[in-house]
Design a binder for this molecule. Sequence first.
Ligand SMILES: Cc1cc2nc3c(=O)[nH]c(=O)nc-3n(C[C@H](O)[C@H](O)[C@H](O)COP(=O)(O)O)c2cc1C
Length: 360
Amino acid sequence: MAGITNSAFRRLCAEYGGGLYVCEMVTSRALVERTPESMRIIKHAPEEEIRSIQLYGVEPNTVRAAVRMLVEEDRADHIDLNFGCPAPKVTRKGGGSALPWKTDLFEDLVRAAVDEAHKGEIPLTVKVRKGIDDEHMTFREAGKIARDLGVDGIAIHGRTTNQHYAGKADWGSIGELREQLPDIPVIGNGDIFAAEDAVAMVEQTGVDAVQIGRGVQGKPWLFGDLQNALSGSAERFHPSLGEVAGAFRRHAELLIEHFEDEFRGLQDLRKHVAWYFKGYQVGGETRSGLAKVSSMVELDELLGQLDASGPYPGRAAEGSRGRAGSAKRPHLPQDWLESRTMNSEHKAMISHAELDISGG
Ligand SMILES: Cc1cc2nc3c(=O)[nH]c(=O)nc-3n(C[C@H](O)[C@H](O)[C@H](O)COP(=O)(O)O)c2cc1C
């Protein structure tokens, strides 16, 4: 997740339980150009055993070069190609989750990535949304194309582009893809906020794995809960306020290590405050102090104001979190929906769909 799953947060999650922790999405062009930010994104700590990198790209040759770079320089153990981004500034140019509508370009991109990844025996997966809107589904064709090209798995977010993160994810589409592609792993995504949701998704759809987005924001112990639930244990993490504060502080330490800068690390921590302390008794002044924290001394002072014995608040700490927004008509290039293949104007425009994007 862009802006969330840097090496610091992945390490924190892994301290609670197992999982495949994917880095923040990196654009293939920036990676090929070795921009400092893209090199930061793909950085892994030595204890991260599976280096899982998510790429975004719209030009087959650039995607090919990015995958080749990762493989030849031994920088990844798993590569995922993201086609889930709903941001208007990307879909307006034909990128992100608008792209699988154009099956010719989708095919060229996935082929380039699979070819290069498999030369180095690195597994390559793809991530898609179910479609652009209810009248323009893309997951069936995208799934078939990706499977026929030899991908090692496909993740589907059960929302359309126009839903962004609003409404309920449609697990029916996830189950349908699972049935359609019996020969490759299908990974289900959407609305898993607790371990019980993951168990329900597996039961209802038959998916081989689940993928988690917003649910882990402020809840790095969710993967510990998942590991327990999927192995049949009823044990769950129900942290006291003191334990949440401890996890928050650990997150701070890891961020400072990751960014190699105390201020930058704590600046990144600020956005996590509301998620961690959702439902807990934390005074307004302490909350706003945490949201502006800029040194470890200050952080310790603020956390010291909390009642460490404050109990786990139950439902108030659970449920959905993070981005929701509302459904919006998708922004698409002119005539995008007229045909499933690219015309010359679309071809001329598509390279502009790679700039400054974030999300899925
Ligand atoms: C802040 C934010 C950043 C995201 N970044 C990415 C990303 O980089 N790559 C990706 O595949 N999905 C990204 N997503 C989408 C999530 O992975 C996931 O598909 C979506 O949130 C639905 O799952 P959920 O209901 O579990 O949150 C992002 C979502 C959010 C809220």
